[in-house]
Design a protein around this ligand. Structure first.
Ligand SMILES: Nc1ncnc2c1ncn2[C@@H]1O[C@H](COP(=O)(O)OP(=O)(O)OP(=O)(O)O)[C@@H](O)[C@H]1O
Length: 324
């Protein structure tokens, strides 16, 4: 469905002016190669600045790569970027140019721009707004909605006109749980009923884990891993996550606790450790017995989640340990 080969884009260095420092050149995507199958919900994960949006803009024909190719349903998108609009719907991060319109007019206008005749565009608009629970907001201007409501309305514009590929950049940002569910249900329905393919950019790893078929992890412009969530999790299968929440400060007077200090990720009163199962057992024995226990508020042991994989891969990439 979508075949990407060697996609590379470098943003040029900018010289600083009047004492302000310039910016060095950035290779935002670096030889990215991907194959996305029809009907797949494919995720792009990666830290801020990893190159996700730059990659997506090249896939959607909005930005020309320096080198590499993109073929979607057999169309060469680098040579013919104008064809992208017929094949895919893109929900970007930025607010829409349709901000002045009401919700229903924004969706209907998008449908018309995608070639639907007037009656069909109106019917699809009504159906999509109903499906997403937006009917009561239909006559409100987009710019007068809350952030989450506006995001949902923009998502509605992505659905109208039934494009075979949906490219969604952080679609659920700012949405409440009801709206988020409506988004994932709508995505699932289209995949099941029409074989729609979805390329999803996200930071929300926990949410992503439940909807994605495969994930590419991007770091500094490179794909450092590409697999199913389960396949990625196997890479850290030997590890267990231990979360320790202290009542106040950690009891550093206990030598076994103090010894853990350089292996933890700390967030407020919470310590998170990734350990081999036998080490995890020893840590739990230490903190649930003796004087450390009095300082402990809560603890959990868990098998790795996609978030752990993401953190493990990201950390390894930062230390130069992982190469695609
Ligand atoms: N117009 C631009 N000019 C110069 N550098 C840019 C430009 N846009 C992005 N960059 C740089 O390219 C790299 C990739 O940026 P990009 O926006 O693609 O990352 P991202 O993974 O989408 O990040 P985020 O998760 O924060 O949205 C970053 O280092 C960024 O600073």
């Amino acid at each position: 469905m979508c075949v990407v080969r060697g996609l590379t884009k470098t943003y040029a260095a900018v010289r600083g002016r009047r004492g302000t420092p310039g910016t060095p050149e950035v290779r935002a995507t670096d030889e990215v190669t991907l194959d996305i199958r029809r009907g797949e919900i494919f995720g792009l994960l990666g830290p801020n600045g990893a190159g996700k949006s730059t990659l997506v803009r090249q896939l959607t024909g909005l930005m020309r790569p320096d080198s590499g190719t993109v073929h979607i349903l057999g169309h060469d998108i680098v040579r013919h970027p104008e064809r992208a609009a017929r094949i895919l719907a893109y929900l970007g991060q930025e607010s829409t140019a349709l901000d002045e319109l009401t919700v229903s007019l924004a969706v209907e206008t998008t449908g018309r721009l995608r070639g639907l005749e007037a009656r069909r565009a109106r019917a699809e608009t009504d159906a999509v707004l109903g499906e997403l629970g937006l009917t009561s907001l239909a006559s409100r201007a987009l710019k007068k909605l809350s952030g989450g409501q506006r995001r949902l309305a923009c998502f509605a514009t992505a659905l109208v006109g039934e494009r075979p590929l949906l490219v969604l950049d952080e679609p659920t940002t700012g949405m409440d749980p009801v709206a988020r569910r409506a988004v994932w249900a709508a995505v699932d329905r289209r995949r099941a009923e029409r074989g729609t393919t979805v390329l999803l950019v996200t930071h929300n790893v926990i949410e992503a884990e439940t909807v994605l078929d495969r994930v590419a992890v991007l770091d500094r412009g490179r794909v450092i891993a590409c697999d199913s969530p389960a396949g990625l999790k196997e890479r850290v299968a030997g590890e267990v996550r231990v979360d320790l929440v202290w009542r106040e400060a950690a009891p550093l007077h206990v030598p076994e606790v103090a010894a853990l200090r350089d292996r933890i990720t700390e967030s407020g009163r919470r310590w998170t450790l990734r350990l081999a199962p036998e080490e995890a057992r020893a840590v739990v024995a230490t903190v649930t017995g003796g004087s450390a226990f009095a300082a402990l508020d809560d603890f959990t042991l868990a098998t790795p989640s996609l978030e752990d994989v993401y953190l493990a891969l990201g950390g390894a990439a930062r230390q130069g340990l992982v190469r695609a």
